[in-house]
Write a protein that binds this ligand. Structure first.
Ligand code: ADP
Ligand code: MG
Length: 465
């Protein structure tokens, strides 16, 4: 076969058996090399050979070379091809020390073989690259996922730590604590609820403190009242006797006797003491006043008329601004009048140093159940350290003989007896406002409810079952 097969680019060996006498018969086979070209075109990595049965290359199609005759593989493929059977197969072997992957297949019955081989390193290169790239991508994804998890976890723990710290602070009574949690999600919703809870707690704490303060105040007043009433009772009788004997002595003395002046002084001073004791008893409210339905607007306007003349002499103007509704409360008009008189007198005193001013007595209903009276003056105002004590019995800033310190404590007792409240707002140099709130009498407040718009009435649900 050697030298019998014409090989060249695109060439083919045309074969025809011709036998002449004495000639050695030659078998010429035609081998279409263009198919090798086609196979070669599909991959530049493969080397393609056509060998004889002993593995000697006849034709090779290797990278960068044309289809050519002769072997280029050193030593041929004797080791590769099967020794006996004409079978196809694949094998790994080393060609000049280079590990190769090869596939061989017999070509018809000619005893020829086609071999396709590729260096092992190149064959697995794509797979190796794929594995490397996959590992790289997996690594990047893992790092990114870890970073994300870390970020999420750290923001979560940060929020939880903030919430825990806030809980501790609330436990210590610091209700103003703020918890800032950014973004949305359940933790943010929890923080929002937490914030609402602290606000509610803070409001309740303030209300509790306020109620506690009032309770202490009313307990203090009640203790003072009991004490005062006890003393007043004990002192009132001997004082009345002293006064009686002094009057008797006065009558027995002849006119112009020098002792007459002493008796007169005793009567005057015991009168003053008895007046104080009377006030003390009033503050303690030992005797209960008769209550009836009264209109506070009427009481206010009557009292204003009563004092305006007297106050005008001090250059003080008194104004009444009454609301249009009638303020019906269950009360005692004389007592309320006394409260208002105390307030007007105090206001007049506070404006004395200023050389006149205005007292405004106004009434209104802040809600359907409450009547409110305000007595505002443009006087000296009350310093904050004094405000706390002004309702205490015997607290006065006025000189002896002018103030007894009982006016406001008596007023406090009266307002309490009317189930109401008295409060004060004051600014030094600007003036003071006393505010009295008394509940509207029940039948009157029911009247207000009846006069409410029809829409509100319809909302009332009566369950008949
Ligand atoms: N309108 C007011 N302006 C400034 N201070 C006032 C006013 N009303 C009351 N006060 C203060 O409250 C104190 C107590 O008042 P009160 O109980 O009526 O006793 P008194 O008038 O006998 O001093 C007063 O001495 C005064 O210091
Ligand atoms: Mg007074």
């Amino acid at each position: 076969m050697a030298g019998g097969a014409g090989a060249g680019a695109g060439g083919a060996a045309a074969g025809q058996a011709t036998a002449a006498a004495g000639d050695v018969p030659i078998l010429i086979a035609e081998f279409p090399l263009n198919r090798l070209y086609t196979a070669r075109g599909e991959s530049k990595l493969f080397e393609i050979y056509v060998t004889d049965g002993a593995g000697r290359p006849l034709v090779s199609v290797t990278e960068g070379k044309e289809v050519s005759g002769g072997g280029t593989a050193p030593g041929g493929f004797a080791d590769l091809l099967p020794k006996s059977a004409q079978t196809a197969g694949t094998r790994e072997y080393a060609a000049s020390g280079v590990p190769m992957l090869a596939a061989y297949s017999p070509v018809g019955d000619l005893g020829l073989f086609t071999i396709v081989q590729i260096p092992k390193a190149r064959a697995f290169e794509a797979a190796r690259q794929l594995v490397t790239r996959s590992l790289l991508i997996a690594g990047v994804v893992c790092v990114a996922a870890l970073a994300l998890v870390f970020l999420f976890a750290s923001s979560l723990t940060k929020s939880l730590i903030a919430l825990t710290r806030a809980t501790e602070q609330i436990g210590q009574g610091q209700f103003g604590v703020q918890v800032e949690v950014k973004g949305g999600g359940e933790i943010a919703a929890l923080a929002a609820r937490f914030k609402r809870m602290t606000e509610e707690l803070s409001t309740r704490e303030a209300a509790l403190k306020d109620a506690n303060q009032r309770l202490m105040e009313s307990e203090k007043m009640s203790a003072l009242g009991q004490l005062g009433a006890g003393i007043a009772h004990e002192v009132k009788n001997p004082m009345t006797s002293i006064r009686g004997y002094a009057q008797m002595g006065q009558r027995k003395l002849p006119d112009g006797h020098p002792l007459g002046e002493y008796f007169r002084t005793i009567v005057r001073e015991t009168d003053r003491s008895l007046e104080i004791l009377k006030n003390l008893l009033k503050f303690a409210r030992q005797e209960t006043a008769e209550m009836s339905i009264i209109d506070l607007n009427t009481v206010v306007s009557d009292t204003v008329k009563l004092v305006s003349h007297q106050l005008m002499m001090k250059d003080v103007r008194v104004e009444a601004r009454l609301c249009e509704q009638s303020l019906q409360v269950s009360g005692n008009a004389n007592q309320i009048e006394q409260v208002l008189l105390n307030l007007f007198i105090n206001a007049g005193d506070a404006m004395e140093g200023k050389g006149g001013g205005t007292i405004t007595a106004s009434t209104d209903m802040p809600d359907a159940l409450t009547a409110r009276i305000r007595v505002a003056d443009t006087g000296s105002g009350i310093p904050s350290e004094v405000v706390k004590k002004i309702f205490d019995p015997f607290f006065t800033t006025k000189p002896v003989g002018k103030g007894t310190g009982l006016g406001l404590s008596v007023s406090y007792g009266i307002v309490k007896e009317h189930k109401g409240e008295i409060a004060v707002e004051s600014k030094v140099g600007e003036g003071t406002t006393f505010i009295i709130r008394i509940p509207i009498a029940r039948q009157a407040s029911e009247g207000v409810a009846a006069a409410a718009p029809a829409k509100e009435k319809r909302v009332r649900v009566i369950n008949l079952r």
